[in-house]
Design a protein around this ligand. Structure first.
Ligand SMILES: C[S@@+](CC[C@H](N)C(=O)[O-])C[C@H]1O[C@@H](n2cnc3c(N)ncnc32)[C@H](O)[C@@H]1O
Length: 255
């Protein structure tokens, strides 16, 4: 069971406000290149592919063949249908892929939704070729100074409460170790949002629908956060060229 239901309304909200624009993903592109060593024709499975933002990016950046596995029909419906991307119904615990058929696995902000991480790790081991990497893009509890690294937390600090219930780096590595993977590297990768604070304020209700950390806020916490955001947006209007918002998520690589 995912932490939230990815129904039509959530999928539309995710598509509208949660996809990071491609021009904010330059550091991810370089980090993925380093760890995946992509070559045209390689097959990568994007597990919990969501609306396909990374499936499309991997395909455009590296010319890879992407197997986008996603359990929610509403999210799957948003994934671009085009050459190089195959969209498949499935989840991390039951991947619709043959043994040893993929050269890498990508899981972006998914592992906290997976009910049995050890079973998922075994399933990923089954579908990957020997030595192929698992790349996990994730917010791990205790790793980040959330208020300064994840911009949402700056205005809605109580969202940290939810992140703290997610698997830690150690728990994730343990689950994957049981399936025969070892930790290869862990680093924080910056990503940039160019929307103004005023735009984010206008999107806050939609964002809340699409984000599992925002969903758990009480009405009072959400309204307090919106008020902080409103004041910050007003202040930013007086700044001639406000900085784009940069945050950092972890990239954990296992092999
Ligand atoms: C926060 S979204 C991330 C989507 C996409 N990876 C991205 O970064 O834009 C989490 C996704 O994980 C999917 N999901 C939930 N439970 C899952 C599971 N057990 N296995 C694989 N994916 C799952 C959800 O349906 C949803 O699309």
């Amino acid at each position: 069971m995912a932490r939230i239901t990815y129904d039509d309304e959530t999928a539309a909200a995710f598509k509208a406000v949660r996809e990071i624009p491609r021009d904010g993903l330059g550091h991810w592109r370089e980090a993925i290149r380093r760890h995946l060593n992509p070559m045209p024709g390689m097959t990568v499975t994007d597990i919990g592919a969501g609306t396909g933002v990374f499936a499309a990016a991997f395909s455009d950046w590296f010319g890879l063949r992407i197997l986008a596995v996603e359990p929610s029909a509403a999210m799957r419906a948003q994934i671009p249908r085009r050459a190089g991307i195959r969209v498949l119904e499935g989840d991390a615990g039951a991947l619709p892929l043959p043994d040893g058929s993929a050269d890498g696995a990508w899981l972006s902000t998914v592992i906290h939704h997976i009910p049995d991480l050890e079973a998922a790790a075994r399933e990923i081991r089954r579908v990957l070729r020997p030595g192929a990497p698992v790349l996990i893009r994730q917010g791990f509890p205790g790793r980040a100074d959330w208020p300064s690294t994840w911009w949402v937390h700056r205005w809605f600090p109580e969202t940290t409460r939810t992140v703290e219930t997610w698997p830690t780096v150690e728990q994730t590595c343990q689950a994957f170790a049981a399936a025969g993977f070892s930790r290869d590297s862990l680093e924080q990768i910056p990503e940039t949002y160019r929307t103004s604070l005023a735009e984010f304020l206008a999107q806050a209700d939609t964002f809340r629908r699409a984000d599992s950390t925002m969903r758990t806020l009480t009405e009072e916490e959400f309204l307090r956060g919106k008020e902080r955001l409103r004041r910050a947006a007003q202040a930013a209007e007086k700044t001639p060229s406000p900085e784009p918002r940069t945050s950092r998520l972890d990239l954990l690589v296992l092999r």
